[in-house]
Design a protein around this ligand. Structure first.
Ligand code: SF4
Length: 361
């Protein structure tokens, strides 16, 4: 029986890497969509063990990084109001807005609380009936079920002082945008295992066929990542372009149907703006009419924020896989995790933060 520890077994990992060396005969540009996988590659030094023909292109799968600047500015505007408690995952506090970040609003007396789940925000709402509780509901398919569940529960429990500021994004439409770009260099994908655990991978075969790209659904341990790369290399070398589930201990073709039902109860698909990339058609979810009362953008009048991006930051190009952090003149100089100019240097899934932390040049 293979245990979780086996997926960190150095001997098995080296064996998989040996197989990649034996298989590969030509350059291969492979995108790991998920920022968590970018960090895992670097944390375990796998990127440096792979054959030089392999270029890892880091994808936009960092929820903090792709949350639109307008929404961060709106969160700041809402959190600055007196009767509001804004709740958020911790990384969002240090993401630069146009003028300030949420951290500085908290330092100035704004009530901002870090939570580990949206349901925690609901408890805060129940404990503080005189306050408006606004949860900053960001993320990919992985956070959508819990975020959706919080408004379903709020409705059931008749909690009136709870709302969400929503930036909920989906991976497959972003893959279409990357692959249809005239600048695209991506030849194969590692699809994010945790996203597929929720949504399944039934949306991926049409992407593989349309753009002739192999896709390996991949987990997060060293052996998962190397086997994912091996699968993509195998296919590239033999001219195939299929979807293979290399993370079958967590992912099924259909995904988690219960989680999907929770999502569709509260959310509906919509066009969505991605920071640094722009609007991607039908790449997001918004609250349905039935849950519109829980939409913070409707509850608070904050539609007139004026945004201003950093003139130096090239995070948008990094998120599209067109540049790497060392290409940015500010990397490690004006921009560090202590003094980030862009979201990709803040987040624990951000590419710039990974290069800085694991000292990649
Ligand atoms: S190093 Fe900083 S300024 Fe440069 S792209 Fe990354 S986040 Fe932006």
């Amino acid at each position: 029986m293979v245990t979780q520890l086996d997926f960190r077994n150095p001997e098995l990992v080296h064996r998989a890497i040996d197989q990649i060396y034996k298989k590969i005969s030509k350059p291969a540009a492979i995108m790991e969509i998920c920022g968590g996988q970018t960090h895992a590659f670097m944390q375990y030094g796998l990127d440096e063990l792979l054959p030089p023909q392999i270029e890892l292109i880091h994808g936009p799968g960092c929820p903090v990084c792709v949350t639109p600047l307008e929404l961060i500015d709106k969160a700041i505007a809402i959190a600055s109001q007196e009767n509001v408690i804004l709740t958020s995952f911790g990384d969002m506090l240090r993401v630069p807005g146009s003028q300030k970040d949420l951290f500085s609003i908290r330092a100035d007396g704004g009530q901002i609380r870090v939570v580990y789940s949206p349901l925690e925000s609901l408890h805060i709402a129940q404990e503080n009936p005189e306050k408006e509780i606004v949860f900053f509901a960001i993320g990919f398919e992985t956070t959508a079920p819990a975020n959706a569940m919080s408004v379903i529960k709020a409705k059931e429990l008749k909690i009136k002082n709870y709302s969400m500021l929503v930036s909920q994004v989906r991976v497959p439409p972003a893959m279409h945008v990357i692959l249809s770009s005239p600048n695209n260099r991506v030849q194969g994908f590692l699809a994010a295992g945790h996203v597929c655990a929720v949504m399944g991978y039934h949306e991926y075969p049409q992407i593989a066929t349309k753009y002739n790209v192999p896709i390996a659904v991949t987990g997060f341990e060293p052996l998962d990542l190397t086997l994912g790369i091996l699968e993509v290399v195998r296919q590239l070398e033999s001219g195939k372009h299929e979807v293979v589930n290399s993370y079958s201990r967590a992912v099924t073709y259909e995904g988690n149907i219960t989680a999907q039902e929770i999502i569709t109860e509260a959310y509906e698909p919509c066009d969505q703006k991605w920071r640094g990339i722009g609007i991607i058609p039908m790449s997001g979810w918004r609250l349905t009419k039935d849950y519109a009362d829980f939409d913070a953008e409707q509850r608070f009048s904050v539609e007139h924020v004026q945004t201003k991006e950093s003139e130096i930051c090239i995070a948008g190009l990094i998120l599209q896989g067109l540049k790497k952090p060392p290409d940015c003149p500010a990397f490690g100089k004006q921009c560090t995790p202590r003094n980030p100019l862009g979201a990709t240097m803040v987040s624990s899934e951000g590419t710039c933060a990974a290069y800085y932390r694991y000292v990649r040049k």
